[in-house]
Design a protein around this ligand. Structure first.
Ligand code: IPM
Ligand code: MG
Length: 358
């Protein structure tokens, strides 16, 4: 029987409870599809700081690098907001992404038919939306030097090199080749030199993908177009901070940020995580929505392990649960037949995923 090693990083807030549900669903499909997953837990974020004084212990990096993939929950919380920047949970996550070299963050936003009413936008605008934000993850203003602050001034620098833009652009064009073959590159080239380089390099790389239609959009316009007519987008290629913002915006097209998964890939080991944060305000109450994490586990099976049928099972299980009207609290107002706890909906999805006919 095939065996895989998965590094589990539960993190803070709702992280542990949503990861537990993803594991439940993974185990259910693994046994039907005849493979085994061995999990190793590692600390990152506030919990790691509390345990060992460092939001990213060395063992988390080495353990993750020795795995087939990383499944990650979420980090952060008010409790750690006043620590020096390098001790904060978010710094642990950023260093982790950098250490693993996961430069491409893939954030699909597709609307489940069963949830078209859940969007804050009109049904006819959102029905059928299926887009993918390809966000550069280990460069840009999140990492650029110089950065710092003193009493009266704070500064960060948005930097991209030709090589960094080239590799993320290739990712976006390759992904587009398997989708609707359209890439919209989002930047702020009317103001920023770094964006003009981005635009020039993306245009150059696009020549290697003649079948893909490339367009460019300024980020302010893109933010507006996303809520005006999201169906115009197939692949959105953009830098780190613009991608962070636009992917949160895209999640509301779909109804709840609790639904959107992501995959961060690069050199070798990928990190699979929901796009949402650790939601400390609702942690431990059993009301968080684990679907984004369960869908991230499906992306992990597909991209990292090549277990396509198991991934299809998870996707079908999520759809079935939504179709039957099972909803966590965030979606309770939208055609709920039954409002479920985090663990109840996890079990329902696991059950449907294991039993579904592919
Ligand atoms: C995300 C998050 C992170 C980011 C934070 C927690 C550092 O918002 O994954 O989108 O900004 O990248
Ligand atoms: Mg974000």
């Amino acid at each position: 029987m095939k065996k895989y090693n998965i590094a589990l990083i539960k993190g803070d807030g709702i992280g542990p409870e949503i990861i537990d549900e993803a594991v439940k669903v993974l185990d259910a499909v693994a046994s039907v599809e005849n493979f085994e997953i061995n999990y190793n837990e590692f600390l990152m974020g506030g919990c790691a700081y509390d345990a060992v004084g460092d939001p990213l212990p060395e063992t988390t990096i080495t353990g993750s690098l020795a795995s087939d993939a990383v499944l990650f929950g979420a980090i952060g919380g008010e409790k750690w907001d006043n620590l020096p920047r390098e001790k904060r949970p978010e710094s642990g996550l950023l260093r982790f992404r950098k250490e693993l070299g996961v430069y491409a963050n893939l954030r699909p936003a597709s609307v489940y038919d069963e949830l078209v009413n859940a969007s804050s936008l009109k049904t006819e605008i959102v029905r059928g939306v299926d887009l993918m934000v390809v966000r550069e993850l280990i460069g840009g203003i999140y990492f650029g030097e110089p950065k710092g602050r003193d009493e009266n001034k704070g500064w960060n620098t948005m930097v991209y090199t030709r090589d960094e833009i080239t590799r993320i652009a290739h990712q976006a064009f390759k992904i587009a080749m398997n989708r609707d073959k359209r890439v919209c590159s989002v930047d702020k080239a009317n103001v920023l030199d770094v964006s003009q380089l981005w635009r020039d390099v993306v245009t150059e790389i696009s020549k290697e993908y003649p079948e893909v239609e490339l367009s460019h959009m300024y980020v302010d316009n893109a933010a507006m177009q996303l809520v005006r007519n999201p169906k115009q987008f197939d692949v959105i290629l953009t830098g780190n901070i613009f991608g962070d913002i636009l992917s949160d915006e895209a999640s509301m097209i779909c109804g709840s940020i609790g639904l959107l998964p992501s995959a961060s890939v690069g050199n070798k080991i990928g990190v699979y995580e929901p796009i949402h944060g650790s939601a400390p305000d609702i942690a431990g109450q059993g009301i968080s929505n684990p679907i984004a994490t369960i869908a991230s586990a499906s992306m992990m099976l597909r991209f990292a392990l090549g277990e396509y049928k198991a991934a299809d099972r998870i996707d079908a299980g999520i759809k079935q649960a939504l179709k039957e009207g099972y909803r966590t609290k965030d979606l309770a107002q939208f055609d709920a037949k039954e409002v479920c706890s985090t663990s109840e909906i996890g079990s329902i999805i696991a059950n449907y995923a294991a039993k579904c006919k592919l």
